[in-house]
Design a protein around this ligand. Structure first.
Ligand code: SF4
Length: 322
């Protein structure tokens, strides 16, 4: 049984449907990339998994979310509160949204250990220092007494990761954890997260818009477009043989070594707003191979590769069409 199974998850905010039958699963010791442009529904999916939709007036309208056998769609808020932090932790894009500027970072990691692991103040401090060293924070004892504003962006994100680990979670959801960081620090943070998965056997749902990050870090990938699944499967196979035109376009956006500055071409057009989703395949206004049926019929998922990759496309690209 997968640690996390998301089956046909649909989400609405008010009366506006935003996520439409999204499915994926995640095993222990695995990194799954949830990828797409802004407006694809990635962060909304994270909020649904964390049980935080009510904060934005949202709700799950249909589908199933199972975490270690627990049906999260029916979990009372009091039980969800225990699950968050202890078994499922969230790392957000901007570390400053997770850190309190008037408390030392050490006090904040200590607090997470005390709340989620029930440790005494002394044991919590020892655990904080241990976590900080595991996350390769130099001079951990000194940094423990620093305030967030005294640390660099990369160091602050390591503190947030330490807080996420304080409850010894089984699943970490990292929502664009490196977007606010420069490229070198990005690579370090992604490597730290991958090492944690390998060493601790936890599962990581890595939400990103960057296929380069997916290539570096993930075992499998699930591509979203305008609130729907586009393609999902093992990273190696999807990068070698993308079958959905949107996946292929995203892969084409990865900067190549030696590429001239300014020569990178993005995907023409924009993700449609939820109030203006087109009929049929929502990607059809941007798709170079759209056919008449794409404008009228919603594509369903079908297995397109021996690896088990699934594409939601009426006319999946032939293998080798890269
Ligand atoms: S269903 Fe049609 S429009 Fe959509 S991605 Fe496939 S070919 Fe393009």
């Amino acid at each position: 049984m997968s640690l996390l199974t998301v089956q046909d998850l649909s989400v609405a905010i008010g009366l506006l449907p935003l996520l439409d039958r999204v499915s994926f699963s995640l095993e222990r010791g695995e990194v799954l990339g949830l990828v797409g442009e802004s407006g694809s529904g990635k962060s909304l999916t994270a909020m649904a998994l964390m049980g935080l939709l009510p904060l934005i007036g949202g709700r799950i309208t249909s589908g199933r979310v199972s975490f270690d056998g627990i049906d999260l769609t029916r979990l009372p808020e009091a039980e969800y509160r225990t699950l968050r932090g202890q078994r499922i932790a969230l790392i957000s894009q901007n570390p400053m949204t997770s850190l309190d500027p008037i408390l030392t970072v050490g006090a904040q990691i200590d607090q997470a250990s005390r709340i989620h692991a029930g440790l005494s103040p002394k044991a919590a401090r020892a655990r904080s220092l241990d976590l900080m060293r595991q996350l390769r924070i130099p001079e951990a004892a000194a940094v423990h007494g620093h305030y967030p504003h005294q640390l660099s962006g990369g160091m602050k994100q390591r503190i947030v990761i330490a807080m996420a680990l304080a409850g010894d979670p089984d699943l970490i959801i990292a929502d664009e954890p490196t977007t606010a960081l420069d490229v070198t620090i990005q690579a370090q943070i992604i490597q730290i997260l991958c090492d944690l998965v390998a060493e601790r056997g936890l599962a990581l749902l890595l939400i990103t818009h960057d296929m380069g990050v997916v290539a570096q870090a993930c075992h499998r990938v699930s591509v979203l477009y305008a609130g729907r699944g586009a393609e999902t499967g093992p990273v190696r196979d999807i990068f070698a043989r993308p079958r959905h035109p949107y996946t292929k376009a995203l892969i084409g956006c990865i900067p190549q070594e030696g590429q001239a500055p300014g020569s990178l071409v993005g995907i023409p057009g924009m993700v449609p707003a939820a109030l203006a989703y087109p009929k049929g395949c929502r990607y059809h206004p941007r798709c170079a191979i759209a056919a008449p049926d794409c404008r009228t019929d919603v594509p369903t998922g079908s297995i397109v590769d021996a690896s088990g990759a699934v594409a939601f496309c009426h006319h999946p690209l032939e293998a080798g069409h890269v």
